[in-house]
Design a protein around this ligand. Structure first.
Ligand code: FAQ
Length: 314
């Protein structure tokens, strides 16, 4: 009997059976996963930069230790994700090259500057908050290695979000200057955080296939709305405001209406023209070049160990 691989693949998707690396899959499914997982990995790595800039300036030893741990977690997330993408047949070097030559995207949010300590709070609360909503759904994504990586990542992200909120909570109860710093950071990070969910569903080129194949389980607009509803509740605890005069409860929709996102700004940042795009890419390329001697030494050591093993076996 002839096996119809495509039917088998679709029936697995239908029955919620994970697709594993050695299973047959449509080429477009493989490519879409490589694209999304590698861009996600790049986002985690580039995402270390805005917070990394504050490690030397953290206001206390305790804050410094927490921030170092968080930034280190993001590096770990990048590594799990690069590994998950490698199971689809792309090498780490190819992915890094795509990032460094501007072929691969990473999240628009990391092209904004972090001016004050309050930005560490706003990044944790809003950026990690947006990332979690998106990533909780990805724990159920159809590609097995990606779904399993996301489970651990989500646990760590929820700690990140709480530490960010706690930074803002302390500032929001501090001096007038600290309160102003807190509000200013929220004002600057709010709209870029809404952009993290991607273009409107009607403009989203990848969504149809990604939803059909259960790579994505919720649409960009659905997740964005969930995020807005959640933040409206949480901002009350901070006694601060969200910078959107159009935010209003809609009793018919049972959701908050919100103002128009500046889509022109979004696409400019995605295309490489955001406030920090050039600086972020340069930092990654420099880190790669400066780390060459470490990679060379590791390869030389591995070769020496292999040679020694061969001699002992012979
Ligand atoms: N930035 O058709 P769609 C984090 C691109 S992790 C830049 O809707 P899709 C942790 C998109 O790639 C944050 N580009 O695309 C952390 C596509 O272009 P392409 C990252 C964007 O894939 C916290 C085009 O626009 N999270 O923050 C963006 O179906 C703190 C059309 O868009 C993930 O990557 C954007 N915001 O949906 C770390 C999660 N949005 O590729 C450090 C996984 C869209 O065809 C500190 N990814 N584009 O050339 C996803 O869930 C999806 O890829 C979406 C986009 C939802 C981001």
């Amino acid at each position: 009997m002839e096996v119809n691989f495509e039917e088998l693949f679709l029936s697995k998707i239908d029955k919620e059976i994970k697709i594993e690396p050695k299973d047959w899959m449509p080429e477009k499914y493989r490519q879409t996963n490589i694209r999304q997982i590698s861009q996600h990995a790049h986002s985690e790595i580039v995402g270390m930069l805005p917070e990394g800039a504050w490690i030397t300036r953290a206001p206390s030893l305790k804050r410094k230790a927490i921030l170092i741990a968080k930034v280190q977690d993001e590096a770990g997330h990048g590594l799990y994700l690069y590994s998950a993408a490698e199971t689809l047949g792309i090498s780490r070097d190819e992915m890094i090259d795509q990032l460094h030559t501007g072929k691969a995207k990473y999240s628009s949010i990391f092209n904004y500057p972090s001016f004050t300590w309050a930005d560490m709070g706003a990044i944790g609360w809003l950026v990690d908050g947006a990332a979690i909503l998106n990533q909780v759904m990805l724990c159920r994504t159809s590609y097995g290695p990606y779904a399993r990586a996301m489970v651990r990542i989500c646990k760590e992200e929820s700690f990140h979000q709480r530490q960010g909120f706690e930074i803002l909570l302390v500032l929001s109860q501090g001096t007038e200057e600290q309160k102003a710093m807190c509000q200013d950071a929220i004002n600057r990070w709010w709209w870029p955080s809404l952009m993290m969910f991607g273009p409107r569903d009607s403009e989203s080129t990848n969504s149809d296939l990604s939803m059909k194949w259960k790579i994505k389980r919720k649409s960009n607009d659905e997740l964005r709305q969930q995020f807005v509803d959640m933040c409206v509740m949480q901002i009350k605890v901070l006694n601060m405001t969200l910078p959107d005069p159009d935010l209003k409860w809609n009793d018919e929709r049972k959701h908050y209406d919100f103002g128009e996102i500046n889509w022109d700004e979004f696409w400019q940042v995605v295309k490489g023209n955001g406030p920090c795009n050039a600086e972020r890419l340069k930092a990654r390329v420099d880190a790669w070049d400066n780390g060459k001697w470490v990679r060379d030494a590791a390869i030389a050591h591995a070769e020496k160990v292999a040679r020694r093993k061969e001699r002992n076996v012979a």
